[in-house]
Design a protein around this ligand. Structure first.
Ligand code: GDP
Length: 173
């Protein structure tokens, strides 16, 4: 089980082009003590110290390059961020698929999962409504948030939310 302040390993999943690298870049950009490494499988790893509700936490973010290669991920993460683009319905369907895969692996561990509808700045190209995203998250029993990496909207609330969920799980363990 993770300790009080982590390090927590958080895995980014989702179709190509939905904005995982952009979200990880914002996460990385904020730190003085930022570390950036490349995994052997081509994924990127960013470690970040965060202060959430007055308590510090260390988060290791894994940006998986190949979202189809989920074999490695279910074991690796304390929490998962499943990203789709609100402008791409196929990526939304892929997110639901990933959720099913994760559920099969992670249900007994009560692993926090958050469904993220990114690119919410692209209002005219929206293909997935807020309600669809919210309903999907409800059905799959995970949290939901819409973000824009381009506008840096809701990106920190996303990462802070993950830390809060990890602490809740820790505190109820
Ligand atoms: P990844 O394949 O999931 O890592 O996706 P990337 O982070 O590489 O993003 C794919 C493309 O979408 C890039 O051209 C990004 O600049 C763009 N992008 C990412 N997030 C957003 C966003 O929130 N809004 C807009 N308008 N473009 C975005």
């Amino acid at each position: 089980a993770p300790s009080a302040s982590g390090p927590f390993t958080v895995v980014l999943l989702g179709d190509d082009g939905v904005g995982k690298t952009a979200l990880a870049g914002i996460f990385a950009g904020a730190a003085d003590s930022m570390q950036c490494d490349y995994e052997p499988d081509g994924g990127e790893v960013v470690e970040q110290h965060m202060l959430v509700d007055g308590e510090s936490a260390t988060v290791t973010l894994l940006d998986t390059r190949d979202s189809l290669n989920t074999d490695c991920c279910p074991q690796a993460g304390d929490a998962f961020i499943i990203v789709y683009s609100i402008t791409d319905r196929a990526s939304f369907l892929r997110a639901a698929e990933l959720r099913v895969l994760l559920r099969r692996e992670r249900e007994p561990h009560h692993t926090p999962i958050i469904l993220v509808g990114n690119k919410c700045d692209l209002v005219r190209r929206r293909e997935v409504s807020v309600n669809e995203g919210r309903t999907c998250a409800m059905v799959f029993d995970c949290k939901f948030i819409e973000t824009s990496a381009a506008m840096q909207h809701n990106v920190w609330p996303l990462f802070e939310g993950i830390v809060r969920q990890l602490r809740l799980r820790r505190d109820s363990a």
